[in-house]
Design a protein around this ligand. Structure first.
Ligand SMILES: *Cc1c(COP(=O)(O)O)cnc(C)c1O
Length: 368
């Protein structure tokens, strides 16, 4: 074996860089859609007490079924789910919704099977497909980043995917799916496929935009994923979850690692959920700040994609890297992602947004 061939990686992993945004030490961090508000003192104290109680049990494996956490997540999701609500048996959780989605691909993808999404979209999806040896097919979104429903249905009919991944709101564009999209695609996928609506940013959607949770009673092949990373200000906690038919949760049990959710994770997630009203109050502030940001960027003459998330995609720049670098030089880190010519900025505190506006106005000369 030649020196270049070591270590003996799978062919498709050779030369691949690990996923991740640059983590630069810059004062204003608006690059990975984190929630800028840390938990309150009361919430921190509750989390600390919960972690201490869990610590006394660490000689034992945790509750493999995370029963208490599933019950509380079901109660939380029921608020968005219409009359039927969500039962604990419909809930599954893992270390971030990224792990939830990888588990879905492990259970429902695999060799000889296909996963479909619509670009531009979340750059992790093709990685889950690659890691599970699932064939990857990306359709295109329309120029305004909306989903062309007829084209999407045609692609599903042609490719017959076993997994369809649809973020709503979409990352990096912020675009929510139209209400009829989920039903159309669940019907097109039929019993051969599952439709995963990734609502990582669901809590930030604008008034009147429904959650796909409402449609769970109508489509047994629908899966809705959520995370505590964004709205719950818990990116460091690593807790993602889904709601789906109990049969789908049972299927994931076959591929999950034993005791994948630590006792500390379960206890801390439960404590954070007890503070949902406080944490979601901050979400309302961020939604207002988001709408103000979109308005300001448009008034400045930028193109801005409609956003139902805690970030927005704006452009267009002849040299977006120069604009990104100009902002970094002024202490503001945003994300160079999405289609060529566009940049994505996360919604921060009022002070952080003022710093962003000042820095962008300063580098404005670079704009095409
Ligand atoms: C941030 C994000 C997630 C959340 O990932 P976690 O693993 O739960 O932190 C999921 N999907 C999309 C599209 C995201 O942008």
């Amino acid at each position: 074996m030649s020196a270049a061939a070591w270590p003996p990686l799978r062919d498709e992993l050779r030369g691949v860089e690990p996923y991740g945004a640059p983590q630069l030490d810059v004062p204003v961090q608006l690059n990975v859609n984190e929630n800028p508000y840390g938990p309150s003192e009361a919430c921190v104290a509750d989390i600390a007490a919960a972690a201490a109680a869990a610590a006394t049990t660490l000689n034992r494996y945790p509750d493999r079924e995370f029963t208490a956490l599933r019950t509380e997540l079901a109660a939380y999701l029921s608020r968005d789910a219409g009359e039927r609500g969500i039962a604990p048996a419909q809930v599954w959780a893992a270390n971030g919704s990224n792990e939830v989605m990888l588990q879905l691909l492990q259970a429902f993808g695999g060799p000889g099977r296909t996963a479909v999404s619509f670009a531009p979209t979340y750059s992790m999806y093709p990685e889950y497909a690659r890691d599970t040896s699932t064939r990857w097919v990306a359709g295109r979104r329309a120029d305004d980043f909306a989903l062309d429903l007829d084209a999407a249905r045609d692609l599903v009919k042609t490719e017959q995917p076993s997994v369809i991944l649809l973020p709503s709101p979409n990352n990096p564009t912020g675009t929510a799916l139209p209400p009829e999209a989920v039903g159309v695609l669940c019907e097109a996928a039929g019993d051969e496929g599952i439709v995963v609506v990734d609502e990582a940013y669901g809590e930030f959607r604008r008034g009147g935009v429904p959650s796909a949770l409402e449609l769970l009673p109508s489509y047994r092949n629908l899966v809705v994923t959520r995370t505590m990373s964004k709205a719950f200000a818990g990116a460091g906690l690593r807790l993602g979850y889904l709601a789906a038919a109990p049969e789908i949760c049972d299927a994931i049990r076959v591929v999950r690692l034993p005791y994948h959710l630590s006792a500390v994770t379960q206890a801390v997630a439960l404590a954070a959920l007890r503070h949902a009203p406080e944490l979601l109050g901050k979400v309302d502030d961020l939604r207002r700040e988001r709408d103000a940001l979109v308005g300001w960027l448009r008034a400045e003459g930028y193109d801005v994609a409609d956003s139902d998330a805690n970030f927005c995609l704006f452009g267009r720049f002849a040299d977006r890297h120069a604009v990104w670098q100009g902002l970094v030089d002024r202490g503001v880190l945003i994300r160079e992602t999405g289609p060529e010519g566009w940049l994505r900025v996360s919604v921060g505190t009022p002070d952080e947004m003022a710093a962003f506006r000042a820095a962008l106005s300063d580098v404005n000369g670079v704009r095409a």
